[in-house]
Structures are given as structure tokens and as C-alpha cells.
Design a protein. Structure first.
Length: 218
């Protein structure tokens, strides 16, 4: 299985139906769409690729669209955004957080990132404010329809509560990632090396997703 740690994998088999444009028929034709994007290292290129991906997908994403799509908003400044990164748990040391805001045409994305170390264990948490832009969150929602498991590990779409996401882990390397989309706006990305797979969800518990949901909700 191909590892995608440090990357958001946009790899999906889209079921294109002739009449209903839904994703729930086993008799539909399949269109394979793949893109590997390092959305922290090269966020401008990532946004461009995501927009191109949405154009290729066309209108075949109706199932994963929110029933009441929200209008795009200005992303939170990365300086303000940093307070949503979790404090290190006991035994872990936190490195200096990083952040930036990127613009491309009408699209603006803020992101923050912090790495935590415990001996040979490493966790990196990144949070992205996609500002309700459907061109950004729709491709990710589509990836949650795809799952794969093998003797080497797994790469699957998941839900934690009502939050959609993707989870990946490779047994030999003990590397993994957990990506969850909060309120169709905030992508929380947790990447780990030299960890047990359950530790990814332990770190998710340190994220105050309720506070993220309340941003600009008043």
C-alpha cells in the first residue's frame, strides 16, 4: 500500500451515473481521479490542483455536498488560529508553531502547524481554515468514500461522530495520519511516526472541535 503521510491524498473512484448522478450504485461507470497534495509545503499549488480536480469532477458530488451549503467567509488569521493547536500532553515537548495565510484568486486559506516530540515518537498537527469553500472541501469529502486495507496497513474513509475523515496507518513503519473535516470548514490533520495506530485518535481528543465550530458562528 502506498503511504501518504505528510500528504492529503485525493484518490477516489467516482461512480458516475447516467441518470441520477449519485454515488450509491454498483452498476455505474467508474472514473478514477488521483492527486497527491502536500497542502502545507506548497499550499498555492495545492489549491490550484484542488480547483482543477473539482472542475474534472463536475456535478457528480451531490451526495457529499451539505444539504444547506454555507457561503464562503474570510478565513481566520493564522495568528489568531494558533490558539486552537493543543498543548502538549505529559511527556511530550512542543516545537514552535508555524502558520500562514495563502491567497489564490477568490480563494484564501489559513493554516497552522505544530510538531510534538516524545523520545522517538513524533506527532504533527496541522489545522486548515478552508472558509467554507466548496472547491476545497468537496474533493476531501469524496475521498471519504474510498477505503483500502491490506497486510501492510489501511487507508480508509471514516466518521468520528458526525465528522467525516480519512485514517491511514502502515504497520511496519508505524506511521499514520488522521484527517477530519470539521463543519465543512476546518481540516484537522494529525500525522504520526513511531506510534501505535490508536494514538492518532488520542491526539484528536486533544482538539477542541467544538471551539472550531463556533468560529464566526455568532
Amino acid at each position: 500500500m502506498k503511504p501518504i503521510v505528510n500528504k492529503l491524498l485525493l484518490s477516489i473512484a467516482v461512480n458516475t451515473l447516467m441518470f441520477t448522478s449519485n454515488f450509491n450504485s454498483l452498476n455505474s461507470s467508474n472514473t478514477q481521479i488521483e492527486a497527491e497534495l502536500d497542502i502545507y509545503q506548497d499550499s498555492l499549488q495545492a489549491i490550484q490542483k484542488i480547483i482543477e480536480l473539482v472542475k474534472n469532477i463536475g456535478n457528480n458530488h451531490q451526495k457529499t455536498e451539505p444539504k444547506e451549503p454555507k457561503e464562503s467567509v474570510e478565513p481566520i488569521s493564522f495568528q489568531e488560529f494558533m490558539k486552537y493547536l493543543p498543548d502538549p500532553p505529559p511527556g511530550w515537548d512542543a516545537q514552535e508553531p508555524k502558520g500562514n495565510t495563502t491567497s489564490f484568486g477568490d480563494y484564501r486559506v489559513s493554516q497552522v502547524k505544530q510538531t510534538y516530540i516524545n523520545d522517538n515518537k513524533k506527532i504533527t498537527i496541522s489545522i486548515f481554515d478552508w472558509a467554507f469553500n466548496s472547491a476545497l472541501y468537496t474533493p476531501f469529502l469524496l475521498t471519504t468514500e474510498f477505503s483500502q486495507e491490506s497486510t501492510e496497513g489501511y487507508n480508509r474513509g471514516i466518521k468520528i461522530g458526525d465528522i467525516p475523515g480519512r485514517e491511514e496507518y502502515t504497520y511496519a513503519e508505524q506511521d499514520g495520519s488522521l484527517n477530519l473535516l470539521v463543519n465543512s470548514r476546518f481540516l484537522v490533520q494529525i500525522e504520526g511516526s513511531n506510534i501505535e495506530n490508536a494514538e492518532l485518535r488520542d491526539w484528536w481528543e486533544l482538539i477542541d472541535e467544538g471551539a472550531l465550530t463556533k468560529i464566526n458562528s455568532e
